[in-house]
Design a protein around this ligand. Structure first.
Ligand code: CDP
Length: 248
């Protein structure tokens, strides 16, 4: 995984005089608003934006398309270890925030199907899959100036992140948002099916043995059920200003 670094934007300021947090972890359940918050925050700060969910989705897509049963832990783990995942700046102007390649195939939208949604929690619960993904994520984060979004960023991937946000919303509101997203892409979706799939994913993500979704002790919780994106961004930006990282 190399090209994620390319998503960074403006020039690096001198870390000795930049008092902003350098590593920002954003965690939360499906469709809580963490990707929108993370992407916008990174753009405004000129930081790299890295949505780790795309990696687990890419492995799931690869398993489904290569007839690797998602309940075959050894086979899925071997696949995760050899799959070449790249995240690049958008290569097509179709509303995407980035382009995701899996062994060279553009899977940016293919990893968003209900079928991937239904299997991704099983795949991402495998310890070997997580080991392979987390190692790559830490390599990408090593340079700092990054907003990394996922489920276990503040707890496991970057436990020393300078700022940790946990974005949450009610499951009904999250299902409504996901249902609207699917419809906007011109696909059919039944709200009750989306809600059931989201409840299932919440359950598996929160109760798996390795790196379950939970709020890091030092994370700030942002509830987006009633707050619009501008309200959440305002709060996050105030926190960034308040939490200067230590200046050497
Ligand atoms: O966009 P949405 O919130 O629906 O999901 P996502 O962030 O793309 O993540 C998809 C799935 O990948 C999650 O349901 C988790 O099972 C898994 N995941 C994870 O285990 N750890 C991460 N750091 C990110 C995602």
């Amino acid at each position: 995984m190399k090209a994620a670094q390319l998503l960074t934007s403006s020039a690096s300021p001198n870390p000795a005089v930049d008092p902003r947090p350098s590593t920002i972890a954003v965690d939360g359940p499906a469709a809580s608003g963490k990707s929108t918050l993370g992407g916008t925050l990174a753009r405004r700060l000129g930081y790299l934006y890295f949505d780790t969910g795309v990696m687990y989705r890419a492995v799931t897509w690869a398993a489904l398309t290569r007839s690797v049963p998602t309940d075959d832990e050894a086979a899925v783990t071997a696949l995760a270890e050899r799959l070449h995942i790249e995240v690049e700046p958008p290569t097509v102007e179709d509303g995407r925030q980035y382009t995701v390649l899996a062994d060279g195939v553009d899977v940016t939208w293919l990893i968003r199907t209900p079928e991937v949604d239904a299997h991704v929690s099983t795949v991402s619960a495998y310890p070997g899959v997580r080991r392979a993904m987390v190692a790559q994520q830490r390599r990408v984060a090593a340079a700092g100036r990054i907003v990394m979004v996922g489920r276990d960023i503040g707890t496991v991937v970057l436990p020393d992140a300078d700022l940790k946000l946990y974005v949450d919303a009610s499951v009904e509101e999250r299902a409504r948002r996901r249902w609207l997203e699917v419809q906007e892409r011109g696909e059919e979706a039944d709200y009750d099916d989306v809600l059931a799939s989201m409840r299932h994913r919440d359950e598996v993500d929160s109760h798996r043995e390795v790196s379950p979704l939970r709020v890091a002790k030092d994370a700030v919780v942002l509830n987006t059920t009633a707050l619009d994106i501008e309200g959440v961004l305002d709060r996050a930006e105030r926190l960034v200003e308040e939490r200067g990282c230590p200046v050497d």
